[in-house]
Every structure is written in structure tokens, then in C-alpha cells.
Design a binder for this molecule. Structure first.
Ligand SMILES: *Cc1c(COP(=O)(O)O)cnc(C)c1O
Length: 238
């Protein structure tokens, strides 16, 4: 996978190191996380809160970081947990207490709750605003027109640190269409930066479209299937 990301980066003249891999471990168990962690992977993404909390506890109990050394320059760097599912208001407390990042903030009410509920002893929660660029009726994410106002709200909240934008475009095998949607996210990103907001993250691209996302500036790609294999059909309700 790192090789696929590096090839996509080189193909558009970017440095492979500028793109981080977020391993999406939803539906896969603690063994799968530990196996990748032993290979040096540190960032893991989860969508379902109850599953994530149980897994995180199990991984925390079992994972022994390798001491740093020449062969493992950051072997003892801790794991970083990203919440990448939709954030419902009644789950903000558990998310604020247990995650390092949240990728899908789309409303100011949720942002305020996450900030208030972030425990003071922890670093601010790193957040991305999810923007809707699919134009579909089933949209998730804020309207691109509303992103600037939401970003200004978030940077004023002490418990949060705004990092950038996240998007899940409408799935399509048409690479031109993939790029067009990612380009829209990037345009919003540039607009917010031009307005003075200190954004450094574009969380976009999954197993099927990460090349297009990298070509349009992704700095984090969120990959599940291509790393762990096919997920079982979704049956859960949380
Ligand atoms: C499941 C999921 C992914 C990973 O998708 P794959 O196609 O399995 O790589 C990425 N982002 C989000 C928000 C997801 O829910």
C-alpha cells in the first residue's frame, strides 16, 4: 500500500512523505490492528463507536511499542485513533474522550460539544470539516458555501484544532469524475486558506480512488479494503 501511495505521488510530482496512510480498521479486529502496528503503521480509522472503544481498549492492553532504534526510528510513537464516521450529538462525549482526530465535523453544534467535552488534560482534538461535493440528495458534509463560517467557529473553540477538510465523493469508476469532485474539495481548501485559516490537511481518497485524490492534493488517504480485504456486509446499528 505504501508503494501504491508513493507511485501515485510520484506520478503527479509530489513527495510520497506528504501523504499519510490512515488504515481504516472498522469491522476488523484487534489482531488486524496489532499486525499493522507491528509493521510501523500508527494511524487507524474507525466508524462505529462501540466497536472502536472495545477495540481500542484491547489494542492498548496488548500492544507493546518497539523501542526506538536505528531500524525503528519511531518505533515507540503511540498509535493515533481517528473517528471517521458520522458524529451524532449523543456520541460526542465518548468521541472527545477517546479519539485524537475527528474527520466528519459538519455542524457547529457538534463542534461546540466536542470542544466542551474534550478533557482538559488531553491535547486539543484534531478536526476536519466534512464538505459535501457530491451534490447528491443523500449528502453528508456541510455545503461548501458554509465551510468558511464553520471553520471560523471551530478555530475559536479551545478544545479543537482545525486541521483541514474531509470528503467522501459519490462513488464512480470514472477517474475524470473522481478528480472533478476532489478538485472541488481542494478549491474550498484554497478558499479557506486564502481567508487566513491555517489548514494543512486534505483527508480524501479511499481504496478505489486514492490516485485521483492524491493528484488533487490529498494529504491523508483513508484505506480499508485495499489493506485488510473485503468487509463483511454491514449489519450493525451503532
Ligand atoms: C470505510 C471508510 C473508508 C475506507 O474505505 P475503503 O473503500 O474500504 O478503502 C474510508 N473513509 C470512510 C469515511 C469510510 O467510512
Amino acid at each position: 500500500m505504501l508503494e501504491r501511495i508513493a507511485a501515485a505521488a510520484r506520478a503527479c510530482g509530489r513527495a510520497p512523505d506528504d501523504i499519510a496512510l490512515l488504515a481504516v480498521s472498522k469491522t476488523f479486529d484487534a489482531d488486524a490492528v496489532l499486525e499493522l502496528a507491528d509493521c510501523g503503521q500508527r494511524d487507524f480509522g474507525e466508524n462505529y463507536l462501540q466497536e472502536a472503544l472495545a477495540k481500542r481498549t484491547e489494542v492498548g492492553d496488548r500492544w507493546r511499542p518497539q523501542p526506538s532504534g536505528r531500524s525503528r526510528p519511531d518505533g515507540d510513537r503511540p498509535l493515533v485513533w481517528h473517528f471517521i464516521g458520522p458524529v451524532q450529538s449523543n456520541k460526542t462525549r465518548a468521541i472527545a474522550e477517546s479519539f485524537d482526530w475527528v474527520h466528519c465535523v459538519e455542524r457547529d453544534k457538534v463542534a461546540r460539544r466536542l470542544s466542551e467535552q474534550r478533557p482538559p488534560g488531553l491535547a486539543p482534538l484534531q478536526v476536519c470539516i466534512q464538505v459535501d461535493v457530491s451534490g447528491e440528495a443523500t449528502k453528508s458534509g456541510c455545503d461548501p458555501e458554509d465551510a468558511l463560517e464553520l471553520a471560523r467557529t471551530i478555530v475559536a473553540l479551545p478544545g479543537l484544532r482545525l486541521r483541514g477538510l474531509m470528503a467522501i465523493p459519490a462513488p464512480t469508476a470514472d477517474t475524470a469524475l473522481q478528480r472533478m469532485q476532489f478538485a472541488r474539495v481542494r478549491a474550498v481548501f484554497e478558499r479557506l486558506r486564502a481567508a487566513g485559516l491555517p489548514l494543512d490537511t486534505l483527508s480524501m481518497g479511499m481504496s478505489a480512488d486514492l490516485e485521483a485524490a492524491i493528484a488533487e492534493g490529498a494529504t491523508i488517504v483513508r484505506v480499508g479494503t485495499a489493506l485488510f480485504g473485503a468487509r463483511p456486509p454491514k449489519v450493525r446499528g451503532d
